[in-house]
Design a protein around this ligand. Structure first.
Ligand SMILES: Nc1ncnc2c1ncn2[C@@H]1O[C@H](COP(=O)(O)OP(=O)(O)OP(=O)(O)O)[C@@H](O)[C@H]1O
Ligand SMILES: [Mg+2]
Length: 270
């Protein structure tokens, strides 16, 4: 596929960790300016690795893009630092909604604005976040360790918005949240895309949810892209369901992974 007016183009990228572990093998994907695409796949497929390759966070984990190219608005990202990439307008919300627990919600948001200085841009940023997430306005003076999981997810997305991104990389924002909160958060993600024009690459395990918001999706398996197409096409593909149902059969993993499996499994069964 070649999208009209692309904001991001991954061309055949290969990623290695610690110079030996080949995590991505020739992944290509495109997102149009102001578009949304979903990146689907089972545990360990390489979804987070793809996001980290784009955002530059890979370098903090001894990972490296060893082949292929990543272009954002015509600029090559492969050798850039996470900070340079953030300045270009790409921000990743990492898996696991990590807030600074001892800081208030508003302080957490201000951390996200360190690239913006302290003036009117900061106030505009806060106003934007509170407009989309009224719950965060209500909770702004509360320590982030004491708000609910859903509010923490809102806070980390809010923190990312404070950088005024052109492209937002979201890593499993629904994980471990109750269905009503997931709906609330996904509605807001959709509005941020439509109303603010922020392009989004959404990593999800919940296929139904992802395809409801993203008109186009890519499917990773063992570091390779195995399928891509419109939401309508993928929704009807029997392999997609098998692929995800197969997930529950995967072998033993340690604590956090087990919890993820459990939550995912529950999601499929309900
Ligand atoms: N820091 C790292 N060092 C070495 N190998 C890693 C590292 N991070 C990930 N990997 C490996 O790279 C592969 C892809 O991992 P990745 O975290 O990208 O998968 P994922 O699709 O995000 O999975 P999940 O759904 O569990 O979050 C896995 O085999 C994983 O073990
Ligand atoms: Mg991941």
């Amino acid at each position: 596929m070649t999208v009209q007016d692309p904001i991001l183009i991954l061309n055949n990228i290969e990623v290695m960790y610690h110079e030996v572990i080949l995590a991505l093998k020739g992944v290509s994907l495109e997102i149009s300016r102001g578009g949304i695409a979903a990146l689907l796949g089972a545990n360990g497929a390489g979804k987070s690795t793809t996001l980290k390759a784009i955002s530059g966070l890979l370098k903090h984990e001894s990972g490296e893009v060893t082949d292929g190219s990543i272009e954002f608005l015509g600029q090559h990202l492969e050798r850039k630092s996470a900070e340079e990439i953030a300045r270009l307008g790409i921000i990743q919300v990492i898996e696991g909604r990590r807030v600074f627990e001892h800081l208030t919600v508003e302080e957490n948001l201000r951390v996200g604005a360190h690239l913006q200085g302290n003036g009117s841009r900061l106030r505009q940023g806060l106003e934007l976040v509170y407009t989309y997430f009224p719950r965060l306005r209500e909770r702004r003076q509360v320590a982030a360790g004491f708000i609910s999981g859903g509010e923490q997810q809102m806070a980390v997305i809010g923190r990312a918005l404070m950088t005024a991104p052109k492209l937002l990389l979201l890593d499993e924002p629904s994980m471990g949240l109750a269905p009503l909160l997931i709906k609330e958060i996904f509605d807001i993600i959709g509005r941020l895309n439509r109303e603010e024009g922020i392009a989004i690459l959404l990593v999800e395990q919940n296929v139904k949810l992802a395809l409801a918001i993203a008109p186009y999706a890519y499917v990773l398996e063992n570091g390779r892209l195995v399928m891509h197409g419109s939401a309508a096409t993928l929704r009807e593909n029997p392999d997609i369901r098998d692929f995800y149902l197969g997930l529950t059969e995967l072998g033993a993993r340690k604590s956090f992974r087990d919890l993820k499996h459990y939550k995912r499994r529950k999601r499929w069964l309900t």
